[in-house]
Design a protein around this ligand. Sequence first.
Ligand SMILES: C[S@@+](CC[C@H](N)C(=O)[O-])C[C@H]1O[C@@H](n2cnc3c(N)ncnc32)[C@H](O)[C@@H]1O
Length: 202
Amino acid sequence: MTRDRDIAAFDERAGGYEGGWLGRLHQQIADRTADLALAVAVAPEPQRVLDVGCGTGYLLRELAGRCPQAVELVGIDPARGMIVAARAAADDDRLRWMEGTAEELPFPEACFDLVVSTTSFDHWADQQAGLAECARVLVPGGRLVLTDLFSGWLTPTLVGGRRHKARTKRRASRRLERAGFLDVQWHDVEAVVIRTVTAARG
Ligand SMILES: C[S@@+](CC[C@H](N)C(=O)[O-])C[C@H]1O[C@@H](n2cnc3c(N)ncnc32)[C@H](O)[C@@H]1O
């Protein structure tokens, strides 16, 4: 699937995205990601939060509810339908939504202390550029919490389809380190292959 078709597909799915078993699975993954993000050792009291590839905004709504001290929580996604749905479901004045991609984040340097992303990284056209952007917008010491499909090894089915994507822990760790992240730590989340990686901006 080309990049434009990938985003167009999310655009079309936006209306019913939070329904059904797949919607519930995404919410479970987001809940677990929120738990890991707000853990004492990660970012227990973030002030400014960015969700990259936010979809309909479930994770940011959860974080807003659990972070009374947060000043601003921003979601960005290239699929307009997702942003429209996120705005419609938003229930907190601190939530803000924008169209855009991980590879070109429209923010100045060092303006977030927590960047989160769930099941979006595998769709980024240029993962290395996206990670570099996440590092750029984080304050020094700020945290990235990234959840996606990551296996412990590269199975044959993963090699063909998305050769340029980091779908193993090893390859993703290398990309994070190349983007300037330190303290890379892995956490199991769901069904053996859904994992979260946490890292600090150096
Ligand atoms: C499977 S959905 C996940 C949405 C949401 N984070 C969740 O967990 O439910 C993947 C999202 O990534 C977005 N996406 C695709 N390419 C992207 C890019 N280059 N940068 C940021 N987000 C992207 C899609 O538009 C889509 O909303």
